[in-house]
Design a protein around this ligand. Structure first.
Ligand code: ADP
Ligand code: GLC
Length: 483
């Protein structure tokens, strides 16, 4: 007899291709498809932000009501598909979500994110009622959904929730969803939950901490990050609670979605190529250099950067290394947006070295693909990196990553060993400009040896980071949590 399909409701504040501010969107757009491909029945839920076009969505007749403190908010539900098997439901609540972005504007977070996300957490549960979808597991992501495990454990039992277990994935502990004590009344939870063994931290309502405490299982987005967050340096004040929950925490490396990131089929790059037929990559490089008004000296490698320009990503190190870097024979092509000081740094560098540096400040998915395809090297000197996706995209696109040994970067890139011709990139340990420059110098030297370079590129392209393997690990985890 065929095994009964495990029912999973997967909820995220961002899901590609509908909304994305970082890797969370990529993961939420891909993992549910991979789960359905291996026999789960996984549906997805996200808020309907104003920036999402309603044209392609189907309006359902479903309605949802959620009470926050004394105010009841009504919502409607829209529907679409991520692929033939994967349905996605959008919670439409005009007052809270009809704004262009998920979390805020460049001027700062929306001031009512406490209400917006408390609403969304409750709405996810109400969606089960409206759909008559009895989940075995509700899989939630990051602080935005940290209250779901609390509601599941503390609200009166509801038939439609089927006694569902909760799994919380930790993508980045630097963002914790902390709100003033007064926000707690929005949750309509018993007063005694506002304490250390409940939803409070530092006298505030703490979404992520709550999720960590109440979820039935926790995952971190790479095995190394799962260990790193148990120590103060990367635990961001949550290390003690995480240590207590250690047995329920598992690191599972993210994957990449081959429908989005595959040089053989990618429509966003000017020439397609593969491991067996790599000629198109040199053409992508030529097109990229041309786009950024740079010459094409074949002896110089193109170093790509695509990133949120924030503290986490190590751009202070890049700034300190910049002068030395600019003495080297290379091109630097960067795409990013974020903290003004890093945007200024890149603008200044480009003005000073217009023959070496190409720059686009902003968010542009097509250009991100073109940089992955057209670069020879890809730089990710992160201070910490829970998983990181760009280094995996780089490997798939035959672009050699230079990374710092942290989190998922450590788990996905192996340092090049010229003697044994093993390895897929350049890995440095210390978070310092000299360590970064050391790795970059090795990479530039390796680029000069064409035979070795071809082997290094090929090693990377052989790696399989598609979601299939990791989806199986999630399925195992769901089964474990249900026994
Ligand atoms: P994080 O989620 O911390 O930003 P990840 O490496 O997991 O880091 O994911 C970042 C994702 O966002 C990648 O898909 C990357 O291509 C994309 N990205 C980052 N900055 C930009 C940008 N300026 N334009 C387009 N895509 C970007
Ligand atoms: C976070 C992390 C990043 C990770 C992504 C997806 O944004 O900063 O390292 O790849 O989540 O899990």
């Amino acid at each position: 007899m065929a095994e009964k399909k495990l029912k999973v409701l997967f909820a995220s504040a961002e899901v590609m291709p509908f909304a994305k501010t970082g890797g969370l969107g990529d993961v939420a757009g891909a993992l549910p498809k991979a789960l359905n491909a291996i026999g789960c029945q996984c549906i997805v839920a996200m808020p309907l932000y104003g920036g999402i076009k309603r044209d392609g969505l189907e309006k359902t007749k479903l309605t949802i009501a959620v009470t926050l403190a004394n105010s009841t908010y009504q919502a409607t539900v829209f529907k679409s598909k991520l692929d033939a098997k994967t349905e996605i439901y959008f919670i439409a609540q005009q007052e809270l979500f009809s704004r262009p972005n998920p979390y805020g504007t460049p001027a700062g977070d929306y001031p009512d994110n406490d209400a917006r996300f408390t609403f969304f957490n409750r709405a996810v549960l109400e969606l089960c009622r409206a759909l008559r979808f009895k989940p075995d597991v509700i899989h939630v992501n990051d602080w935005h959904l940290g209250l779901v495990p609390v509601f599941l454990k503390n609200l009166p039992k509801r038939d439609y929730l089927n006694g569902a277990k909760s799994v919380l994935s930790l993508h980045n502990l630097a963002y914790q969803g902390l709100f003033p004590k007064e926000s707690f009344r929005l949750c309509n939870l018993p007063d005694n939950l506002f304490g250390k063994s409940g939803v409070e931290m530092y006298g505030q309502l703490a979404f992520l901490k709550s999720g960590i405490l109440f979820a039935d299982a926790l995952t971190a987005v790479s095995p190394t990050y799962a260990k790193e967050i148990l120590a103060p340096e990367l635990g961001f004040g949550l290390e003690k609670i995480l240590q207590k929950r250690g047995k329920s925490l598992k690191g599972i490396l993210n994957g990449i979605d081959p429908e989005e990131w595959n040089p053989e089929t990618d429509r966003l790059i000017p020439h397609r190529y593969s491991r067996k037929n790599i000629a198109g990559k040199a053409k992508c490089r030529a097109a990229l250099l041309d786009k950024f008004n740079l010459s094409n000296n074949p002896a110089w490698p193109v170093v790509g950067i695509v990133s949120r320009l924030i503290e986490q990503k190590g751009f202070d190190m890049v700034a300190r290394a910049a002068e030395e870097m600019m003495k080297m024979d290379l091109y630097l092509v960067a795409l990013g947006t974020g903290q003004p000081e890093y945007e200024e740094f890149f603008r200044g560098l480009q003005l000073m070295h217009p023959q070496k540096v190409g720059l686009q400040i902003g968010y542009d998915n097509a250009v991100a693909h073109q940089i992955e395809a057209g670069s020879d090297l890809f730089l990710m000197p992160s201070k910490f990196e829970p998983c990181g996706l760009n280094q995996m995209y780089s490997l798939a696109y035959g672009t050699v990553p230079i990374v710092r040994a942290t989190g998922g970067l450590k788990d996905s890139v192996a340092n090049w060993q010229p003697a044994s011709r093993k390895g897929t990139g350049f890995v440095f340990k210390e978070a310092s400009a000299p360590a970064l420059l050391g790795a970059l110098k090795k990479a530039v030297a390796a680029f000069a040896n064409k035979k070795q370079w071809a082997k290094l590129v090929d090693n990377g392209m052989q790696q399989d980071f598609t979601w299939h393997k990791s989806a199986k690990l999630y399925l195992q985890l769901y089964k474990k949590v249900l026994t």
